[in-house]
Design a protein around this ligand. Structure first.
Ligand code: GAR
Length: 201
């Protein structure tokens, strides 16, 4: 049973997919803690809704840790790292966490951090990956789960799914098509790590 620490910044639909797979018994993991770097992240409301329905032992603890509350990036990430260590998480999952982690943080957890990104990396790292794909004119995009290093959407690739880019696609239509695959790929990849079908690092 993998203990997950999930980091979010926004909507939290990938976090939702993880929680759903756990509740359906498809993922041998528990979400030990969710840390948001945005106070108003919808992901936090999603956890509140989950907690309102969950038995006491299934409730998920959340923390908001904002960069603006700290003098520098290192001390901000040190705070997140100490929560993850205190909760003894086995795996940190970046599920729409929209900030690049520094090398102190990534070195501390080694290959125990993964990220999901809405493109076939190494193409289109960074913000608005789906828009970048449309602008470039690629006919196939997709999503990637990868181990995390200190570079933007960088680190060894673990799993990918290809998604077609169709004539007339808008950013939101393509994003939705990719997101459906993200919601499958991320829990599936975590399950493979949980069951040693994929090795850490
Ligand atoms: C997802 O599409 C995820 O792949 C992307 O942000 C979205 C978060 O959605 N992440 C990145 O672009 C990381 N560089 P969610 O908050 O609904 O899971």
């Amino acid at each position: 049973m993998l203990k997950l620490g999930v980091m979010v910044s926004g909507r939290g639909s990938n976090l939702g997919a993880i929680m759903k797979n756990i509740s359906e018994g498809k993922l041998d993991a528990i979400v030990e803690v969710v840390i948001s770097n945005k106070r108003d992240a919808q992901a936090l409301r999603r956890v509140e809704e989950w907690n309102a329905r969950a038995d006491d032992d299934k409730k998920i603890e959340t923390f908001t840790v904002e960069r603006s509350s700290f003098a520098d990036k290192d001390s901000f990430e040190e705070n997140i790292a100490s929560i993850m260590e205190e909760k003894r998480v086995d795996l940190i999952v970046l599920a729409g966490y929209m900030s690049v982690l520094g090398s102190k943080f990534t070195a501390r957890f080694g290959a125990r951090i993964i990220n999901i990104h809405p493109s076939l990396l190494p193409s289109f790292p960074g913000l608005h990956a789906q828009k970048q794909a449309l602008t470039y004119g690629v006919k196939i995009s997709g999503c990637t789960v990868h181990f995390v290093d200190e570079t933007l959407d960088g680190g060894a690739i673990i799993s990918q799914v290809a998604v077609p880019v169709l004539d007339g696609d808008t950013e939101s239509v393509l994003s939705e098509r990719i997101l459906k695959e993200e919601h499958r790929l991320l829990p599936e990849t975590i399950q493979k790590l949980a069951t040693n079908q994929i090795r850490f690092g």
